[in-house]
Design a protein around this ligand. Structure first.
Ligand code: ADP
Length: 265
């Protein structure tokens, strides 16, 4: 509800009355406003790499191409920007697919402990930074019904962020906890953290705590928004906890029924 108030006042200063006009901002208008903001964000996100590329290409054709050092360096910049735009457009397509009603999950029963171990192993093999991994998992199988591709994407994004923001020599801790009717998965880093007032906002499309820095790190600002949609589609929740300067924990839940396994065996 939006209210416009006008006070009717006489020259003497006495108030005669008040007119209040109440506008009902309907759901429709709110959606329309969100859509406009989204389109404006997308345009901005695409314009930045495009203008960067234009200046580098101009410099190349103005002679930098003949320079042994500058040539390859400038081409490298344009390639990085192109790759980031491709990631951005892929993320956008993914979100738009999820926004459409006929979006479907392709679910299978998987042992989540094994599934998560596989993903972490892959990062452990390829990580370039000196960061150690610690796993605190229950010593048993935990069968949940999930879309493995979608969840792999969610977890990849969370781990990539944890690595990106980790200090050299930091530790990333992975936990799976069995709760009532669900499991809770958490991924904790010892990085820069997220200010308290931004903890919910990081799940919004295009929201970044520090625009310039995260752009440099190659992010699209859509990873956690996609994660939120996907975890929601699985019937779970996702949220962040953090102490600035100490680290960040991303947690999510998935429905889990220990009895279900017995029915299957
Ligand atoms: P991006 O592509 O920018 O990483 P995300 O949606 O994955 O987009 O994350 C949104 C923002 O949340 C990031 O730009 C960053 O500011 C913040 N963030 C996410 N994970 C972490 C983390 N582990 N530590 C600190 N900040 C984080």
């Amino acid at each position: 509800l939006r209210a416009n108030m006008s006070v009717i006042q006489r020259e003497t200063g006495f108030v005669n009355g008040v007119i209040a006009v109440l506008h009902d901002i309907t759901e429709q208008e709110k959606l329309e406003e969100e859509r406009r903001e989204f389109v404006s964000n997308v345009s901005h996100e695409l314009r930045t790499p495009l203008t960067t590329m234009r200046s580098y290409l101009e410099a190349l054709s103005d002679g930098a191409m003949k320079d042994e050092n500058l040539g390859p360096r400038f081409l490298g910049v344009t390639r990085n920007e192109t790759e980031r735009m491709i990631r951005l457009v892929n993320d956008l397509l993914q979100l738009s697919r999820m926004d459409s009603r006929n979006y479907q999950l392709n679910k299978n029963w998987v042992d989540f402990v094994k599934f998560l171990n596989h993903i972490i192993d892959r990062f452990e093999m390829t990580k370039e930074r000196h960061v150690t991994f610690k796993r605190e998992f229950p010593n048993k199988e935990i069968f949940v019904e999930v879309d493995e591709d979608k969840l792999t994407q969610v977890i990849d994004n969370i781990i990539s962020n944890a690595l990106k923001y980790s200090p050299e020599g930091g530790r990333i801790t992975y936990r799976i906890k069995e709760l009532d009717g669900k499991i809770e998965i958490s991924i904790s880093d010892q990085g820069i953290g997220i200010p308290k007032e931004n903890l919910e906002k990081v799940f919004e499309r295009f929201y970044r705590v520090d625009r310039a820095r995260t752009r440099q790190l190659g992010g699209t600002g859509l990873g956690l928004a996609i994660a939120k949609e996907m975890i929601g589609a699985h019937g779970g929740d996702i949220w962040a906890e953090s102490k600035e300067g100490k680290g960040t924990t991303i947690l999510f839940t998935l429905p889990y029924d220990p009895e279900q396994e017995d029915d299957w065996l």
